[in-house]
Every structure is written in C-alpha cells, then in structure tokens.
Design a protein around this ligand. Structure first.
Ligand code: HEM
Length: 297
C-alpha cells in the first residue's frame, strides 16, 4: 500500500489566542488535499476502528433514512479523495450492501464522520460514525441539533450558537474549512471514554515525567458542504504528540499554556485534565528554561 507520511503535527494545528477567553469559530480555508490525513499509523488505526465498530456498532453508527443519499455521496467523495489525492493504489473498499454507507466510509478513513442536514429545529446530525470521540458520549448526540449537541459546553450559547447557525447556513461547497480543539490527556488510547476528564488514568504524573506521560491531543476538524445532497460533513481526525515533542515548538507550547491559564472557571472545570496538566507542563517547561513566565501569563 502506498502510504505517505503525514507531515502535520498536532502542535502545528493550535490556534494562537490572545486576550480574554472566548470560544471562537476559528475556521480557516481548507486545502482539499488536506481534507483526510493519511499516515503510517493507518493500518493500526483502521484495525482498532473496525474492531470498535464491530464490537459496539449501536454506539458508533447512526443513520436516519433521510440521510442515505448524503452518506452515499460522502462515501463516494472519500473514495475519490483516497484514490486521487493520497495516492492509494490498492484501496480496500469496505462497502457492502448490508452496511449503511456512513459505516462503509468510516471503515476506510482515520477520521470520525458526522453528517448534518438542515431541519426546522436547526442543523441536525442525521448520520454519524464516531468511533474515537474525545471524552464525549456519542449516542446522546444522535439526531440532535448543534445547540443540543453542544449542551455540555459552557458558554456555547453566548459565544457560538448564533455564529455557528449563520456559518452553517452560508457554507458553500467550494469553500471548505478546518478548525481545531485541543486537550491534554494522560490517556494514550484513540477512544477517550466519556466523563473521564475529571479522572486521570495515571496517578503518578509529576513535573519530572509529565513530558513523556502527557499527550497533546488535537481534534483536526473539517467542514464541507456536499454539492448534490446539500448536507454538511464534519470530520474529526485525532492527532497526538507527547509534550516533549511539542516542546520542540516553544511558541506552540507557550500558546497552549496561555490558553489553558486563561480558561474561566466554568471552562476550566469542563476541560479539567487540560487545565490540570497545563500546571505540571508549565512547571516542567519553566524549570528547563524552555519558556519564560512572561510567555504564558
Ligand atoms: C464551526 C463548527 C464548530 C465549532 C466552532 C465547535 C465548537 C466546539 C467547542 C468550542 C467545543 C468545546 C471543545 C473543547 O473541549 O475544547 C466543542 C465540543 C463539541 N463539539 Fe463542536 N464545534 C463545531 C462543530 C461541531 C459539529 C458539526 C459537531 C457534531 C456534529 C460538534 C460536536 C461537538 C461535540 C460532541 C463536542 C463535545 C460536547 C460534550 O462535551 O459533550 N461540533 N465544539
């Protein structure tokens, strides 16, 4: 199989925020060559993802009858993309008539997939195949609107609800976008189970081992409007990097710490592991002279 090495690192995708905390849309134009990221973890990732789908299909795959043509269009787009843009010569096709198209699509990419369609109540997730969420409960989002999906996110209503609705209405097929979210975690698994952010996996993380025990986990998210069905596709690709490796990019390290130290208390408790590990990471980085106090406060 002809797999190109992924040149994109998690730290490269951080947004550099300044000033008072606010959730931002943070969308940037997407070069379609970077829609789906293929790297040399593909074989291992797909093995794990297919096992997750097979063992817990009802918690991963959802597809309303009205979403079938959008999911088929997405499957064809993915197939085209993998063949034409990433240089796959022997593409295994997991399409089978007894599988929903969204599942067939999910089995051949490293990205989680969500399909949204406009309904009277707003943009609604009418299909998805999400195997490796970052600490959220997937089935509770099946068939829900963007506002309901983001219910647990503090300040979503104030910062994002309205701009999101306008943005989704205006998104055009020829103007796809990407954005990112980040998390600091001690959990090396692809799938982070819900409600774990307040319960560290490890109990022995200190300033001296945090650089190797904690990962920066970035959700590289893309949004595309499908021209035939008019649905919107949201992809989430997980990229992970040990803190020691992130530290090779001091501006990125300083930026993520600055953002975490800027969280107001409700956001800090929502992003609990991120805020807590930011303390240890900053102690480690300051004591090793990798950053200065003025870089992060
Ligand atoms: C421009 C589009 C979007 C923006 C600006 C946005 C923004 C956000 C933000 C700021 C968070 C909190 C993340 C954090 O932990 O740092 C979040 C969480 C989340 N987002 Fe989005 N989002 C977008 C699109 C979507 C879409 C299309 C879906 C699914 C269809 C989605 C599903 C979620 C879920 C499930 C969570 C976690 C909620 C939980 O904790 O239960 N987002 N989003």
């Amino acid at each position: 199989m002809n797999v190109k090495k992924n040149p994109i690192l998690a730290a490269d995708l951080l947004t550099h925020e300044t000033g008072q905390f606010k959730w931002r849309m943070g969308v940037r134009p997407l070069n379609l060559n970077n829609w789906l990221i293929v790297d040399d973890e593909r074989g291992a990732d797909l093995h794990e993802i297919r096992n997750l789908i097979d063992s817990r299909r009802n918690q991963v795959v959802y597809s309303e009858p009205d979403a079938a043509s959008a999911c088929q269009e997405l499957f064809e787009e993915i197939h085209f993309h993998l063949k034409e843009r990433t240089g796959f010569v022997n593409l295994e096709v997991e399409g089978r008539s007894d599988r929903p198209a969204i599942e067939s699509a999910r089995r051949i990419v490293q990205e989680d997939l969500c399909v949204l369609q406009k309904r009277p109540a707003g943009w609604t997730m009418t299909a998805c195949a999400v195997a490796i969420p970052t600490q959220w409960h997937v089935p509770s989002k099946f068939g829900e609107t963007l506002d309901d999906i983001h219910g647990p996110v503090p300040r979503y209503g104030v910062d994002l609800s309205r701009p999101m609705g306008i943005f989704f209405d205006r998104l055009r097929p020829e103007k796809s976008v990407w954005r990112s979210n980040f998390t600091l975690t001690d959990d090396p698994n692809l799938r982070l189970i819900p409600n774990r952010r307040n319960h560290p996996l490890l109990h022995n993380v200190t300033k001296d081992n945090v650089a190797d025990q904690v990962l920066l986990r970035v959700e590289y998210q893309t949004l595309r409007r499908l021209p035939k069905s008019d649905a919107i596709v949201f992809t989430i690709r997980i990229l992970r990097q040990k803190i020691r490796s992130v530290a090779a990019n001091p501006p990125a390290l300083a930026s993520l710490l600055r953002t975490a130290f800027n969280f107001p208390s409700d956001v800090a408790s929502y992003k609990d592991s991120t805020r807590r590990y930011a303390e240890l990471v900053s102690e480690w980085a300051l004591s090793n002279g990798l950053i200065e106090d003025s870089d992060i406060h």
